[in-house]
Ligand binder design. Structure first.
Ligand SMILES: [Mn+2]
Length: 352
């Protein structure tokens, strides 16, 4: 695995971005709350300093985030690869003097914008909390795997850019997306990555005026009726492995079609099997195409005397990656075959 580490402080990053004139901000494909929150907070902080900053989102986009974006200028890249390639010629992108990549540092997550970013590495800044990535993307990098979310790091960058004495002095327009990332990447403060500093930052952001329950309703309580039907299909496919120590589920394209669901309604299904006491790790597969499947892995933190189940390692066996307790991969196999291979690897991981 090539090296992926910091060569700059958050103050260096803030100084670099604060000196820019026009900034294009990128994050991983299929943005989650942390990806959206970190990019939106940075764009709003820079705009308050009269720097033209534009977040760019790679599909698929979750419509529940529209209420969070709330009029801030953002760009959505077209899903069609040919259209996406032509789209990269937009002046907002080609005339930017600085590029920021947040909550990822991996070409595999940025493949559609690689032709734009690769020749501009000298003008590019990464702020990330993932364990693996490609240093070649950016000449300025701040990578901290101890951070529970990219927003924990970007909060400090925003504070410095705005010259705020404390986080609770941030404008609410910046504090709100930061809170979104801090909350969602910690499973609303339930996951093992939640630290005292995470909760202190969240408290400061609420002091800054964030309506945390409104955010919770927008993000966690806004599913369509179809989504619960899809959950029913996933549960119908549930199987326990290795004496109930792991659980696996899968969703077919037919399930998605029959429930009239959309791609962005597939996330979060990994939470359900983790409600079972004996289950230590979970895999959920989705059929992307007849010969392409996607798998999401989750594992619970180890209790005293238990071995850590590293799903990042498990995902790497399938050409993917992520974090110790949350990772994923794309597998070029039909769903049934992918499910058998994942089941074997998962059973071994929780038994070994
Ligand atoms: Mn993140």
């Amino acid at each position: 695995m090539p090296a992926y580490s910091s060569n700059a402080s958050l103050a260096d990053v803030a100084q670099r971005l604060g000196a820019a004139r026009r900034v294009a901000i990128f994050t991983h494909a299929k943005p989650d709350g942390d990806a959206l929150g970190s990019t939106l907070a940075l764009a709003r902080a820079l705009r308050l300093r009269h720097i033209e900053a534009t977040p760019v989102y790679l599909p698929p986009w979750s419509s529940r985030f529209d209420a969070i974006v709330d009029g801030t200028p953002v760009l959505h890249m077209p899903a069609d690869p040919a259209a996406a390639a032509a789209w990269l010629d937009r002046p907002e992108l080609t005339t930017a003097d600085t590029f920021a990549v947040l909550d990822t540092g991996s070409w595999s997550q940025l493949s559609h914008v690689r032709p734009l970013l690769e020749p501009r590495a000298a003008q590019c800044v990464i702020v990330d909390h993932h364990a693996h990535g490609d240093e070649s993307i950016a000449s300025v990098r701040h990578i901290d795997v101890r951070a529970a979310s990219a927003c924990e790091l970007v909060a400090e960058v925003c504070r410095l850019i705005l010259g705020a004495g404390a986080m609770r002095e941030l404008p609410v327009s910046v504090a709100e997306p930061l809170y979104l990332g801090v909350a969602t990447d910690t499973g609303w403060f339930r996951y093992s990555n939640t630290k005292p500093a995470t909760l202190r930052l969240a408290a400061d952001l609420i002091d800054a005026g964030v309506d945390h329950n409104r955010l919770y309703r927008r993000i966690e309580q806004s599913d369509s009726p179809r989504r619960l039907l899809l959950t029913q299909r996933a549960l119908a496919s549930l199987e326990y492995l290795a004496a109930d120590r792991a659980a696996i589920m899968s969703i077919t394209q037919r399930d998605v079609a029959e429930c009239k669901a959309t791609q962005d309604e597939l996330g979060g299904l990994t939470d359900l099997p983790q409600s079972v006491g004996s289950v230590r790790a979970v895999a959920v597969l989705t059929e992307v195409e007849p010969a392409l499947s996607k798998v999401s892995f989750r594992s619970k933190a180890a209790d005293a005397g238990q071995r850590v189940i590293d799903v990042n390692q498990l995902a790497q066996q399938f050409g993917g990656g992520g974090h110790v307790h949350a990772a994923g991969a794309k597998i070029a196999l039909p769903l049934a075959e992918a499910r058998r291979k994942v089941a074997d690897a998962l059973a071994q991981a929780v038994s070994a």
